[in-house]
Design a protein around this ligand. Sequence first.
Ligand SMILES: NC(=O)c1ccc[n+]([C@@H]2O[C@H](COP(=O)([O-])OP(=O)(O)OC[C@H]3O[C@@H](n4cnc5c(N)ncnc54)[C@H](OP(=O)(O)O)[C@@H]3O)[C@@H](O)[C@H]2O)c1
Length: 237
Amino acid sequence: MHEVSRRDIVIMVTGAAGNLGAAVVKEFTASGARVVSVERDSVPQAVPEDGSGGGRLDIAGIDLADPAACQDAVQRALDAFGRIDVLVNTVGGFGTGPVHETGLDQWDQLFQMNARTAYAISAAVLKPMREAAYGRIVHIAAAPGLKAGANQAAYAASKAAVIRLTEAIAAENRELRITANCILPGTIDTPQNRAAMPNAKTDGWVQPADIAKLIGFLVSPVGGIVTGAAIPATGPV
Ligand SMILES: NC(=O)c1ccc[n+]([C@@H]2O[C@H](COP(=O)([O-])OP(=O)(O)OC[C@H]3O[C@@H](n4cnc5c(N)ncnc54)[C@H](OP(=O)(O)O)[C@@H]3O)[C@@H](O)[C@H]2O)c1
């Protein structure tokens, strides 16, 4: 049985070039963890390679909707570090529109972007985690996954799928000391949100770095008491 301290952790972060993904990479690199950054295109250096981190592997060109690509990323992480203790999957996307006019393209696109990706990377990391009898999985869903509002059908349903997926993984793997949780962030303070909502009151928005710290707790040894949860991260702070 191994308990993995923050410094010894091997953590895979997907969507590593995104707003939240970059914050998670920064949080864990700073504490000396071995971080595997996975991205569809290129992975910008969120943290300077100054040797303070315990090791870093950047994997680009991985479409998380493709199960073979997910397995490839997992194998490359295993080749580099021998195990994967933690998956933090930040891949996801957003879209809105009323059901009577938006159409199935958006429905399919958001299920692909939010739900299929989460399933494919979960399946890939669960194999080595089950062999090791240890693991921590964190997905990012959203509050509409619990109850949809107007214009949110595809987004809410696809994030609901992430919540249900997380619950099933937690139930299937609790005997193997593998936890699975998801976070439901409020509006994250990102350049894109600021550009899209120039007149919004931003004090209640959530900082990516604060969500990264919450993730830090969930993936810690003591965080193992939380599994199957959908945790709101909506402030106030
Ligand atoms: N931002 C918010 O206010 C907010 C609120 C609630 C929940 N969330 C959720 O929180 C998570 C992170 O949000 P964020 O603002 O950090 O998003 P973001 O900046 O858009 O980052 C998402 C990352 O995922 C990557 N990605 C998308 N589809 C992919 C695929 N099929 N394969 C591999 N990578 C893929 C994107 O790469 P590309 O650049 O190539 O597309 C991007 O780097 C998402 O799941 C989002 O739905 C966000």
